[in-house]
Design a protein around this ligand. Structure first.
Ligand code: PEP
Ligand code: MG
Length: 895
């Protein structure tokens, strides 16, 4: 088995393709060597060796020793230097490097090969004692801490003591003699702690360093990083043993990091930093302020122009922006690393579009360069990236589930009413609740952000907030909320009502105080790329929007209609005339409390004008595009107040007693409301609700049509499970609609269809399609009912199901990314069966999955006509839909 890959003098055993085996760094070094760039020679020990090491109780494979020694002797021949030599010794760096970049998470040892003899050799060869002993003390310190695991602090203390003794403040002021003494002290310390001498034998040093790099793969830092970044399926780290080159031999030397384009703006400018007379670590550690590359160009024009050539060669070669590290040793350039550079979301768009326009990549490649997360992050305000991370993390109060990204700053309030009241006074608030319910929407709407102690990514708070693109953190279980005393606490920190907090929906962190936010502007390239996506994609993209305002945003985001209007949200908030919200709430509560059909009808009559106005607004915004309106869905008890004072108030207004309200609430109480009297079951039991809603829709449509607006109403019944049920609903809908149309003497085409949210409905889709003119898969409920997982509670344990180090049962949260094998099978079946009956059946999806890239690709594959996503996710869906087409093409080519 080959465990060691050599590179040097223009030849390399490995290639840039071999990232999995050689790690990103090893593959990059091999490739750069092959294409003739100046790279110091060395060799890479494969990730397979690391894998073996951990699978065999930390023993190396037998062949490794021989292979490393022969690569080492090849390196010695090539460099004409020997490790540990007393005259002009070879020194090497030993660096980690896995297939996926894990910056700073694993270990590195520099200057390996130094001992009491070879340090003199270096001093002579460079004619620089100070440099030689500085390198030596760095090596002894790194070896002691990284390989042996001695605490860094103890060694740092000795350095501090030395500087104090020499009466200097800066490392650069320490003399050769000073460093020599420090080396002596470090070694004595080493002996005292380990009971043995510091290893002088370079070969022993090398094996120690290789073992330490392997070991760092399983270090806490690295393991945590992989978990957070969802990096799975890698074998381990490779180890790169490379000839040392020194950027710290004087003013004709230095080290730098550069990007082939600006990683923040995406602009095609050479971007980077250079530090004179320094080693790579100094740039990363930010001890001294580096200079910009254009300054370097003036100081070292020759080296700079060589670097420019490398830049263009590497970018052309990899056909993507590269992030490179280099060192200049006595005026000679060495490339130490190249990799695909990380970039801001805005830069990702700009680079994709520019590279396509430059002819560097194809249109398809440009579309694949941008991820769903890039689109998402483009629109949300974020914590000002120039602020110190450590300062920010010292303010963390608690962490929850990052339901909607972005960031928000505001004063804490604990009820929706207070949120409205405070914001009415012009305050910015964050609404903190144990959980939210429809009666909170008013407060949620005015809040800058929402924080709940319970719930998962499809809980009420998350779904509603996502629709508005509003920062939301849910399931912060450690948060103890005491709404009565108006305070919350977690991890020993208390936050009172009115105090500022900052939410970072990107990672679910809650911080005390106000942290500066910035809102990114979408770059021009965003619109270009989206246009390209629209040319390529086949599936339509609509939006979930409940109000004319949402509908407007949706159109701006490129939605081609409304795929879901959840009418219940309109019962709580009058978005146009907030002062009228109370009237609406009263009417719906009166309707629920009504004891007779007549009383119920009277209450519904009051709601009719409100609903009609809402629908008129939607049709106007969507002129010429379809609007799917879903009839009432949630269980009725959600509309009644839980707070005794509010119950009292309601009773007074309606001229009844609080007891009547309590009795009605008792009647409505259900053990499993999600499986109870909700969805179309409400319309079956109380047909007058359906009648009012259909009337509002049809009257609004006729009114718009008369004013020259093109309306395409699609009336949708939620949670159906049977053809007979659907038939009753359809007949009732048409009876009301057709009567109004006849009376108005107009022509109006409208559609009647259903959501598919229950397994039974999917299984019997052929029968339901005899009645329904369209299907829309409500995959929030369909996931809940297929998997038997409560969408509001599963957030508590689902993370364990998804975490690879824990149960690792699913690769993603099924409420976020559709469960293709299970729920997906029902969707696929439902579409096929439905179209077997009605070949032109229009099929869409309106669960949260409609805005998630992988799920959109699934929807494309099963032949849906459209996906519907919250307005801010519409661009994600447009892009993913185009990527689905490209992936499909690639697949069919492979076959
Ligand atoms: C669904 O269940 O997927 C759906 C869109 O409806 P809701 O989230 O309102 O239950
Ligand atoms: Mg539903």
């Amino acid at each position: 088995m080959k465990y060691v890959y050599f590179f040097g003098a223009g030849k390399a055993d490995g290639t840039g393709e071999m990232k999995d085996l050689l790690g990103g760094k090893g593959a990059g070094l091999a490739e750069m060597t092959r294409i003739g760039l100046p790279v110091p020679a060395g060799f890479t020990i494969t990730t397979e060796a690391c894998d073996y090491f951990f699978k065999h109780a930390r023993k190396n494979p037998k062949e490794l020793k021989g292979q490393v020694l022969s690569a080492l002797s090849r390196l010695e021949k090539l460099t004409k230097k020997k490790l540990g030599d007393a005259k002009d010794p070879l020194l090497v760096s030993v660096r980690s490097g896995s297939a996926r970049s894990m910056p700073g998470m694993m270990e590195t040892i520099l200057n390996l090969g130094l001992n009491d003899k070879s340090v003199e050799g270096i001093a002579r060869a460079t004619q620089n004692d100070r440099f030689a002993y500085d390198a030596y003390r760095r090596f002894v310190q790194m070896y002691s801490t990284v390989v042996i695991g001695l605490p860094k602090e103890e060694l740092e203390d000795r350095l501090r003591a030395l500087k104090k003794y020499l009466n200097v403040t800066d490392d650069t002021q320490v003399t050769a003699q000073g460093w020599r003494e420090l080396v002596g002290e470090y070694k004595a310390h080493f002996k005292q702690k380990t009971g043995r001498d510091f290893p002088e034998d370079p070969e022993e040093q090398l094996w120690g360093a290789i073992g330490a790099v392997f070991e760092s793969w399983m270090g806490d830092k690295a393991v945590t990083y992989r978990r957070v970044e969802k990096i799975t399926g890698l074998l381990g780290t490779a180890v790169n043993v490379v000839q040392m080159v020194f950027g710290n031999t004087g003013d004709n030397s230095g080290t730098g990091v550069c990007f082939t384009r600006d990683p923040s703006s995406g602009e095609k400018v050479f971007f980077g930093d250079y530090l004179i007379n320094a080693q790579g670590e100094d740039v990363v550690a930010g001890i001294r302020t580096p200079m910009h590359l254009n300054q370097m160009a003036k100081l070292m024009p020759k080296v700079y122009s060589q670097l420019e050539k490398v830049r263009s060669k590497l970018e052309k070669h990899y056909r993507d922006m590269q992030d490179m590290e280099f060192t200049v040793e006595n005026g000679k350039l060495y490339m130490l690393q190249t990799r695909t550079g990380k970039r801001s979301p805005g830069a990702a768009f700009r680079m994709a579009v520019d590279m396509k326009n430059e002819g560097l990549i194809t249109l398809e490649e440009a579309l694949e360069r941008v991820k769903g997360e890039d689109v998402e992050r483009l629109f949300y305000p974020v914590l000002d990236p120039s602020l110190s991370r450590t300062e920010i993390s010292s303010r963390r109060v608690v962490t929850g589930i990052n339901a909607v990204p972005g960031a928000a700053v505001g004063k804490v309030v604990f009820t929706a009413e207070e949120a409205e009241e405070w914001s009415g006074r012009g305050e910015h608030v964050i609404l903190v609740r144990r959980e939210t319910s429809p009666e909170d929407v008013g407060g949620m709407f005015v809040a800058q952000g929402i924080l709940t102690a319970t719930g998962g990514k499809t809980s009420h708070a998350a779904v509603v907030a996502r629709g508005w693109g509003k920062c939301c953190i849910v399931g912060a279980e450690k948060l103890d909320i005491n709404a009565e005393q108006k305070r919350m606490s977690a991890n020993g920190r208390v936050v009172n009502e009115g105090e500022w907090i900052t939410l970072d929906g990107g990672d679910g962190s809650v911080y005390s105080g106000q942290i500066e936010l910035v809102r990114p502007e979408p770059p021009k390239a965003f619109y270009t790329l989206m246009k390209w996506a629209d040319q390529v994609r086949k599936i339509g993209v609509r939006a979930n929007a409940d109000t004319p305002h949402d509908a407007k945003v949706a159109r701006e985001m490129g939605a081609e209609g409304i795929g879901l209007c959840r009418t219940e949200h309109m019962f709580f908030k009058d978005f146009e005339h907030p002062e009228k919200s109370g009237e609406r709430q009263r009417a719906i509560q009166e309707m629920i409390l009504a004891e007779t059909t007549d009383a119920r009808r009277r209450a519904l009559d009051k709601l009719l004008p409100f609903q009609r106005r809402d629908f008129t607004g939607l049709f106007q915004e969507m002129d010429g595009l379809p609007v799917v309106i879903r009839l009432l869905d949630p269980p009725l008890h959600e509309f009644l107040p839980k707070d005794p004072a509010k119950q009292e108030e309601l009773a007074k207004e309606l001229g009844i007693t609080r007891e009547v309200i309590l009795k009605r609430m008792e009647q409505l109480k259900e053990a499993n409301p999600m499986l109870g009297l909700r969805g179309c079951r409400l319309a079956i039991i109380y047909p007058e609700i359906l009648e009012m809603q259909v009337r509002a829709i049809i009257e609004a449509a006729i009114d718009c049509q008369k004013r020259g607006i093109k309306v395409i109403p699609e009336i949708m019944h939620p949670l159906t499970l049977d053809k007979r049920e659907m038939k009753i609903l359809e007949e009732a809908t048409r009876r009301v609609a057709d009567a109004i149309i006849a009376q108005e003497k107009v022509k109006l085409h409208y559609f009647v269809g259903t959501m598919i949210e229950l397994p039974r409905a999917a299984l019997l889709a052929d029968e339901i399609a005899e009645v329904a003119e369209f299907f829309s898969f409500g995959t929030n409920d369909l996931t809940q009912t297929t998997m038997g997982l409560s969408r509001d509670d599963a957030g508590r344990f689902l993370p364990e199901y998804v975490d690879e180090r824990k149960a690792g049962i699913f690769h993603a949260d099924p409420f976020q990314s559709i469960d293709v094998p299970g729920v997906g099978m029902l969707v696929d079946w439902g579409i096929k069966r439905g179209r077997a009956t009605r070949p032109k059946l229009e099929v869409g999806i309106c669960g949260e999955h409609g805005g998630e890239a992988d799920s959109v690709k699934f929807c494309h594959r099963v032949g849906m006509d459209y996906v519907s996503a919250t307005p801010f996710c519409v661009p994600i869906a447009r892009l993913a839909a185009a990527q689905a087409v490209i992936e499909e093409k690639k697949q069919s080519k492979k076959k």
